[in-house]
Design a protein around this ligand. Structure first.
Ligand SMILES: CC(=O)N[C@H]1[C@@H](OP(=O)(O)OP(=O)(O)OC[C@H]2O[C@@H](n3ccc(=O)[nH]c3=O)[C@H](O)[C@@H]2O)O[C@H](CO)[C@@H](O)[C@@H]1O[C@H](C)C(=O)N[C@@H](C)C(=O)N[C@H](CCC(=O)N[C@@H](CCC[C@@H](N)C(=O)O)C(=O)O)C(=O)O
Ligand SMILES: Nc1ncnc2c1ncn2[C@@H]1O[C@H](COP(=O)(O)OP(=O)(O)OP(=O)(O)O)[C@@H](O)[C@H]1O
Ligand SMILES: C[C@@H](N)C(=O)N[C@H](C)C(=O)O
Length: 428
């Protein structure tokens, strides 16, 4: 017989954590079997129990052979409903966060700032989708005072679903940009899709944090009635003293803060975190220290010194908006020699040729010493870049870099996740 969500919740309360992957089982956890592109998690349920899971949630009745198996209609829906049920028992502030770019960086900054005053839990890594958000919620236990939930999406309706699970009390959209255009159906589709977080907060009497420098976010705020809207980056609130190679700024009290983050765009992320910290009463000096201490990892805008070269390693992902932000930043960088190694931007659908061509024009304005392009769609950028080196695949790119070493050079490396351009570092 199929177990009800309240009964499943009682079993969850007996467990130490939730896992959807037998390769990461922890003792006493609740294993939830999911079906993916490659595997049917039901087939690993027995393995999960043998490895120490307390119960296994399955949606295949043939697998459920004893009382340790909890039968549900659908594993994914059960995971989501369980998370929603758990969320309903929590009374802490939950900050929901989405946007086209900078979600993970902003989330980490908010976590660091809030942790100076509160026991705070935030999305681990990038676990931000229909599976990751429920897992994030289910990781919250009674000792947490605050939660920061990152929500990712590549199509309409996704943020609505994630909001209905996380039920944020506070929310922030980092920006609305040209990312995942294919699934969202163009930039207007991105605005609508990301706006689902604002819709939820307007309907439920939530508080929004709005970047006052963003016309589109201010317009989106005005289109809805919120209980409270907090604006950040107001005129004269901060003074940016430098944004290259790292952001240095003066806070509202005139204190100078030096960060590990590169680029003006990262100041948007910083200002969001400071605004949320201020709202929740984190002392400004503590918030500044938290921002100053944060150092990005995983190829997100990392500044790496290698030999005599300085690498701006930004190969985690790429889209027209973040490419433009990274290039504008790199153009301003003061360096004797500048090289860009750029890879395809994914998930742009029919707009991909035009967006890569427009990127070519932007790169041409940079007048870089060497332009190196990789990937199938980067060929559209070549029209504006007659002197660029172009490699349809990474193998030939690696060989070329090995044969043409750089010295005393600043090198920007950026492309979509699927390009995995971080592989070039070993050859530089
Ligand atoms: C379903 C799942 O969780 N899959 C993970 C699994 O994949 P795997 O290669 O093993 O194959 P299956 O998916 O077919 O596996 C089915 C289930 O079987 C389990 N299983 C498998 C083998 C085994 O020996 N034991 C098992 O128990 C398995 O765990 C599955 O439950 O493993 C991969 C490697 O660890 C994971 O990468 C894979 O995870 C998927 C991708 C996933 O969605 N994970 C979420 C927890 C998550 O949040 N991942 C984030 C990435 C989020 C993201 O891409 N966000 C986008 C926007 C959102 C787009 C949304 N529409 C979407 O499509 O996701 C963004 O731009 O930010 C992360 O991992 O960083
Ligand atoms: N505010 C911003 N505006 C434009 N681009 C940004 C901004 N913040 C970060 N980026 C770019 O996006 C890259 C990824 O940053 P981050 O992981 O924080 O974004 P994300 O939205 O979480 O991405 P994903 O959802 O794919 O994880 C950075 O390396 C940088 O190139
Ligand atoms: C990595 C994933 N979250 C993402 O951002 N995908 C886009 C398409 C990219 O890799 O650039």
């Amino acid at each position: 017989m199929v177990i009800s969500i309240p009964d499943l919740y009682d079993r969850y309360r007996e467990c130490a954590g939730v896992s959807t992957d037998t390769r990461k089982i922890t003792e006493g956890c609740l294993y939830v079997a999911l079906k993916g592109d490659k595997f049917d998690g039901n087939l690993f349920a027995n393995d999960a129990l043998e490895k120490g899971a307390r119960y296994a949630v399955v949606d295949n009745p043939d697998v459920a052979t004893d009382s340790r198996y909890l039968l549900v209609d659908d594993g994914l829906t059960a995971l989501q409903e369980l998370a929603r049920h758990h969320r309903n028992t929590l009374t802490i502030p939950v900050i929901g966060l989405t946007g086209s770019n900078g979600k993970t960086t902003t989330k980490e900054l908010i976590l660091n700032v809030l942790s100076r005053k509160y026991v705070t839990y935030a999305t681990q890594g990038n676990l931000n989708n229909h599976i990751g958000v429920p897992l994030t919620l289910l990781a919250l236990d009674d000792h947490y005072e605050m939660a920061v939930v990152e929500m990712g999406a590549n199509h309409q309706g996704e943020i609505r679903l994630l909001s209905s699970i996380a039920q944020p009390t506070h929310g922030l959209i980092t920006n609305v940009g040209k990312a995942h255009l294919e699934g969202f159906g163009g930039i207007e589709g991105v605005r609508k899709g990301k706006g689902e977080l604002f819709d939820f907060l307007a309907e439920t009497g939530g508080t929004v944090f709005v970047n006052a420098q963003s016309e589109v976010l201010v317009a989106m705020q005005k289109e809805r009635l919120f209980r409270e809207a907090i604006f950040y980056q107001l005129r004269d609130q901060y003074e940016i003293l430098a944004d290259n190679p790292v952001v240095v700024f003066k806070d509202e009290a005139g204190r100078v803060v030096t960060t590990h983050l590169t680029g003006r765009y990262n100041f948007d992320n910083i200002a969001a975190a400071l605004s949320i910290g201020k709202f929740f009463g984190v002392p400004a000096e503590d918030a500044n220290d938290a921002v100053a201490a944060y150092n990005p990892t995983n190829n997100r805008s990392q500044v790496i010194r290698k030999g005599s070269n300085t690498l701006l390693m930004d190969a985690y992902n790429a889209n027209p908006s973040s490419m433009a932000a990274a290039l504008q930043n790199f153009i301003k960088l003061d360096a004797p020699k500048k090289v860009v190694i750029l890879g395809d931007m994914y998930e742009l659908g029919e707009e991909s040729p035009a967006e890569h061509a427009a990127l070519g024009e932007l790169i041409a304005q940079g007048q870089f010493d060497t332009v190196i392009l990789a990937g199938q769609d980067m060929r559209y950028a070549l029209a504006s870049l007659p002197k660029a080196y172009y490699f349809p695949d990474k193998f030939s790119l690696h060989n070329w870099i090995m044969d043409n070493p750089f010295e005393n050079t600043a090198i920007l490396i950026k492309g979509s996740r699927g390009m995995g351009l971080e592989s070039v570092v070993q050859f530089l």
